[in-house]
Design a protein. Structure first.
Length: 132
């Protein structure tokens, strides 16, 4: 038996920034994920939009990712998870068009490693929730 909760938690969100979403209408079998996050410092939103978003946007434009949206949680019900401040929504693609070697090369550079350290220090990312 699955161990799911029937308790409902509501979050009101506003879009901070997003890549284009590709692939047209949603179809049965399409997958997405939501990553809940906790902001740790004031640099967090800039790291997500100025460091991570340009990389993921390149992957979207190459057909390797379906889309990315960065959301601020501005209101929630009393029973909602208390510390959550943001969410990221990712649309997956079933068969990427090209390899991601350019992204991997960028991420392995010293400059990007230092930026990534700042990004990780600016927030806690909780386990992703898969939407099918």
């Amino acid at each position: 038996m699955d161990d799911y909760s029937n308790e409902r938690r509501n979050y009101h969100v506003e879009l901070i920034d997003a890549t284009p979403f590709i692939g047209g209408d949603w179809n049965p079998g399409d997958k997405a994920s939501m990553n809940p996050m906790v902001k740790k410092n004031d640099d967090f939103e800039n790291y997500e939009t100025k460091v991570w978003m340009p990389l993921i946007q390149k992957e979207v434009m190459k057909g390797n990712h379906g889309g990315w949206a960065f959301l601020n949680i501005y209101e929630k019900t009393p029973n909602a998870y208390e510390n959550l401040t943001h969410m990221v929504f990712n649309k997956q693609v079933s068969s990427p068009n090209t390899d991601n070697s350019e992204m991997m090369e960028t991420m392995s550079s010293f400059k990007y490693q230092k930026l990534w350290e700042g990004l990780e220090a600016s927030r806690d990312m909780l386990d992703a929730i898969t939407l099918e």
